[in-house]
Design a protein around this ligand. Structure first.
Ligand code: 13P
Length: 253
């Protein structure tokens, strides 16, 4: 079962109007493998979504970085999944570790968000990953399995889910997981999905890696059999993001 390579750019809480236009410009000018080979999704802050969507080349897509857990209404400061659908935004990142850690989003809350967004037809990049302390205590697989279970408990159709494994200790630290470390966790996650969801979902679901991915380390990571792409933070704001997109050819030959 071949899984289409996926490269997401998570711009996090960065950018001005001018900077956003500059990023879109280099993306639009980039020569990259076709949509049949790689799916590219960039995720600006909410405020810039309409601008990015209107300027971005048609073969790349825009994602929100979050959305509310259920139907919109009296939830000050939130953005609903309905609004994303209304604006034609097809993708949303949910459960990013920065939100889990800084805003106390629990596994269950993330599972509810994923299920609600999917129910409206959105595609979801669902993030999971262990802290350094959890890795050092040997509980990495247990932690990511529990995070995945909270999603699996609420979701029956995985077609529109991309699972992003992002070890917290590798995010924004410049300390990338080694290809073997990342491959090990991706392999275990696929095995978990096979045992707890089903074999077809396990073989079809893309599991992407995030955490200090850059133009220099992407190829070696992309060569791992269970790494189906990347979720890129810092480097997605820079022209080297294009090199990361091109690493899709490591898989397609
Ligand atoms: O959190 C990330 C993507 O969602 C990764 O961030 P960095 O690539 O900056 O480490």
């Amino acid at each position: 079962m071949s899984r289409k390579f996926f490269v997401g750019g998570n711009w996090k809480c960065n950018g001005t109007n001018e900077e956003v236009k500059k990023i879109v410009r280099f993306l639009n000018e980039a020569e990259v493998p076709s949509e049949d080979v790689v799916e590219v999704v960039v995720s600006p802050p909410f405020l810039f979504l309409p601008l990015v969507k209107s300027l971005l080349r048609p073969d790349f897509h825009a994602a929100a970085q979050n959305c509310w857990v259920k139907k919109g209404g009296a939830f000050t400061g939130e953005i609903s999944a309905e609004m994303l659908v209304n604006l034609g935004i097809q993708w949303v990142i949910l459960g990013h570790s920065e939100r889990r850690q800084l805003l106390n989003e629990s596994n269950e809350f993330v599972g509810d968000k994923v299920a609600y967004a999917l129910s409206l037809g959105l595609k979801v990049i669902a993030c999971i990953g262990e802290t350094l302390e959890q890795r050092e205590s040997g509980s990495t697989i247990e932690v990511v399995a529990a995070q995945t279970k909270a999603i699996a408990d609420k979701v029956s159709n995985w077609d529109n889910v991309v699972l992003a494994y992002e070890p917290v200790w590798a995010i924004g630290t410049g300390k990338v997981a080694t290809p073997a470390q990342a491959q090990d966790v991706h392999y275990e996650l696929r095995k978990w999905i096979e045992s707890n969801v089903d074999a077809e979902v396990a073989s079809k679901t893309r599991i992407i890696y995030g955490g200090s991915v850059n133009g220099a380390n992407c190829k070696e990571l992309a060569a791992q059999p269970d790494i189906d792409g990347f979720l890129v933070g810092g480097a997605s704001l820079k022209p080297e993001f294009v090199d990361i997109i091109k690493s899709a050819t490591v898989k397609s030959g």
